[in-house]
Design a protein around this ligand. Sequence first.
Ligand SMILES: Nc1nc2c(ncn2[C@@H]2O[C@H](COP(=O)(O)OP(=O)(O)O)[C@@H](O)[C@H]2O)c(=O)[nH]1
Ligand SMILES: [Mg+2]
Length: 287
Amino acid sequence: MLSIPLSVSFFRKLKSAICGIMGRDGVARVGDCDLEDILIEADFGCALASKIAKEVRGADNIIPALKAKLERILLPLFKEIEVDSSKAPYVMVLSGVNGSGKTTTVAKLAFLLKNRGFSVGVVACDTFRAAATEQLSEWASRIGCDIFTAGDRQDPASVAFDAMRSSKCDVLIIDTAGRLHNNADLMNELAKIHRVVAKLDPTAPHMNILVIDATTGQNVIEQIKEFSKVHQISGLIISKMDGSAKGGAIVNVANEFQIPILGVGTGESEDRLEPFSVDKFLRGLVE
Ligand SMILES: Nc1nc2c(ncn2[C@@H]2O[C@H](COP(=O)(O)OP(=O)(O)O)[C@@H](O)[C@H]2O)c(=O)[nH]1
Ligand SMILES: [Mg+2]
């Protein structure tokens, strides 16, 4: 099945906004302010919008100049998901705010890595909502991977600990809660999962993946800052790129944090995780 081109509609809109203010000769020579406004509206954030507007000023044609600029920001951040099998179990922890797509992304990663020949277990550490374990169990039976769930009143960190101790899997993918009573609870719980996992393997968790929802806009910056306080983020997976992706916010994130983008979610099923492709991402700008 052909995947929906990432962010095409977003960049098409951006392009038509720029074309709307270009000269009669068809060449997009726009003033700093015009372009800056358009970029701010497209969620690039004020500072980056202003920087890009200044840098592409005077270009013979704004569209290719803008594309080249965005490529320079985004290209270094592409990274493949890799598993170091000498670490078995290689532990991945997925975090993110409620509804960002963590549980779905756990399933997508399990599917991807199972297809690469790894034995995979998923760990239901979102014990905050009963439905969350059920959701992950359904995914596990659909994909055909192991699942580790909580016993009665077991806390999330001990679920992770038990999973690590008993698993014979090459990879363990830990699903976490996105909302607790307050933000401090959520961050403490994540930190505790990290601590107990490290008790069994000081190098674990081997990968901390933050799942961000592409439709979120500028709030993504705040989310990254918050989660970075708990652990170093190894990479981002951007979910819901098939929706009305706020392309500008992703460029802003890339520019501000230099965190690798490990993949993008382009749908709800397990096979909808793709490597981040800058070409695809920017396609709407040039088509
Ligand atoms: N269209 C689309 N929907 C997604 C994607 N990833 C997750 N979702 C949907 O977003 C909703 C929340 O996902 P979930 O994994 O439960 O989020 P969590 O609360 O972070 O665990 C669900 O309805 C998912 O089907 C994606 O890449 N594309
Ligand atoms: Mg969930």
